[in-house]
Design a protein around this ligand. Structure first.
Ligand SMILES: [Zn+2]
Ligand SMILES: [Zn+2]
Ligand SMILES: [Zn+2]
Length: 489
């Protein structure tokens, strides 16, 4: 850990600072989880060892709960599943993800001591648990988990005091980090990473965290090697500067971010962007046309209308009624687009959903138009190296390519690639996909400029083979990226 040091961050308690200079895309540190579990809802679809999604996972014959890609993954995961396996059998049911994670952590710590690696800068004992800050209803749920944990925890394992158990539950509660599947598109589990716990929040951070599953062949060679996070620098960082990441999406208004941080992580954000309410005006702005702005009432009315529509839109999307989503969004857009700026966060959400759904329904021209509008708005709001911006540019690039707009498509893919080289790094599967797309679209663009006829016939053939599809069901694709820090809602 020669790149970072613990220090007292004014007003924030302990934090990490850089001990040398960093540049955009530098990996400041990389570390495996102490432990991690698959979400309750995905127990049968995600491998409990490598956290990859699989179609034909094999079930553990003992507990019938854990699922694995194959024997290799099962063997690799056995050290952390062994005691869990017998406890689930004895308990007669599967406890929830929080309880499973706390138990896995405690078995590991009991076996290896409070320092599981010599890279670790702090022990879990020293981390804040914020149990004393919890609201009454949260505390009630918390106590139910502890009660169930005590029933689940075997008599033959080391016994701990209620205070110690409650401390670990509290630490997991405010430091658990979402683990995504191999594509990085969906959160599939939660884990605890020892040094990441020390990185404080800033709404406009200088670092980002990415989970990198590494390459397939190296996955099972080392215990836990498959669940590594990388702390990556978003821009230049000076020696001695505090390292920060964002726990919440910047697309929320500062007041909303502060509320989320207070209720979920128990602190008042005093970052520059919160203090100055930076960009709040843009996020609710009216659209200026030829120097004329809409009145405040018009903007407020359009904002309120969007707010109502967002709920209906989300409901229709959850039901899978995609044609209804399109109908609702289009009617709303027709009404509010002349009034609201392209940085208005509600309009951005509507464009985002509509482009996703239209891509799924294969209306690529529409999908491309809305995706481009969304990216134009995002560029004015997000840090130029924000991962969500990169993912949006990627989506816009793919839909433009699908719509046959090769020039814009290639430009967007290049933009996405340059961002993801910083936020995800060159070895991440999405960056590799982007690199392939960049080469493909570059070749097509050259062809297009030489001979449009050849280009169009080739493109049709390529579309039939669908080498660049992103047409999975449109539901919460971005969730895993925007809210990386796992908290129950
Ligand atoms: Zn696996
Ligand atoms: Zn088992
Ligand atoms: Zn802030």
């Amino acid at each position: 850990m020669e790149n970072v040091a613990i220090f007292d961050s004014p007003g924030k308690g302990r934090g990490l600072k850089a001990t040398k200079e960093f540049w955009a895309g530098d990996v400041i540190f990389s570390e495996p989880s102490i432990s991690a579990v698959v979400f309750d809802s995905l127990g049968e679809r995600i491998c409990h060892s490598c956290f990859r999604r699989g179609d034909k996972l094999q079930r553990c014959g003992q507990c019938k709960f854990a699922h694995y890609c194959d024997r290799t993954c099962q063997r690799a995961g056995w050290a952390e599943h062994k005691l869990e396996c017998s406890s689930i059998k004895a308990y007669g049911k599967v406890p929830n993800e929080n309880i499973r994670l706390v138990a896995r952590l405690m078995w590991r710590l009991d076996k290896e001591g409070s320092m599981v690696s010599d890279m670790q800068l702090t022990t879990l004992d020293e981390l804040e648990d914020h149990v004393a800050d919890m609201q009454e209803d949260e505390l009630k749920e918390f106590k139910v988990d502890i009660h169930n944990f005590l029933d689940y925890w075997p008599r033959t394992s080391k016994q701990h005091t209620i205070d110690d158990i409650s401390h670990i539950f509290g630490v997991v509660n405010c430091n658990g980090f979402s683990v995504s599947d191999q594509r990085g598109l969906q959160a599939v589990g939660v884990g605890l990473f020892p040094n990441l716990c020390l990185v404080n929040h800033n709404c406009w951070p200088n670092c980002t965290v990415i989970l990198n599953h590494g390459n397939q062949s190296a996955v099972n060679t080392m215990f836990h090697s498959q669940r590594r996070i990388e702390l990556r620098s978003l821009g230049k960082i000076e020696e001695g500067e505090e390292l920060t990441v964002s726990y919440v999406d910047y697309l929320n208004l500062s007041e909303e971010r502060q509320r989320l941080l207070k209720t979920q992580y128990f602190f008042d954000c005093t970052c520059e962007h919160c203090k100055n309410r930076t960009k709040d005006d843009l996020k609710l702005a009216g659209k200026e046309v030829d120097g004329v702005k809409p009145s405040e009432e018009q903007v407020k009315e359009a904002t309120d209308h969007c707010y109502e529509i967002l709920e209906k839109m989300d409901q229709a999307r959850l039901k899978g009624d995609y044609h209804e989503v399109v109908k609702i969004c289009k009617a709303c857009i027709e009404k509010v687009e002349p009034i609201l700026a392209d940085t208005h966060i509600y309009l951005l959400r509507i464009w985002s959903t509509l482009s996703e759904v239209q891509a799924y329904l294969q209306y690529f021209n529409d999908a491309a138009d809305y995706a481009r509008k969304m990216v134009d708005g995002y560029i004015k709001l997000y840090n130029p190296n924000n991962a969500a911006l990169g993912m949006a540019a990627m989506r816009a690039g793919v839909t433009h390519w699908q719509a046959g707009e090769i020039e814009v498509g290639h430009g967007m893919i290049c933009k996405a690639y340059s961002i993801l080289m910083v936020t995800h790094g060159p070895t991440h599967p999405i960056t590799k996909d982007l690199e392939a797309m960049r080469m493909q679209t570059e070749m097509e663009l050259r062809m297009f400029k030489q001979n449009e006829y050849v280009y169009h016939s080739m493109r049709e053939a390529a579309l039939k083979n669908k080498p660049m599809t992103m047409m999975h069901e449109p539901k919460n694709v971005e969730e895993g990226i925007k809210n990386m820090f796992h908290r129950k809602k």
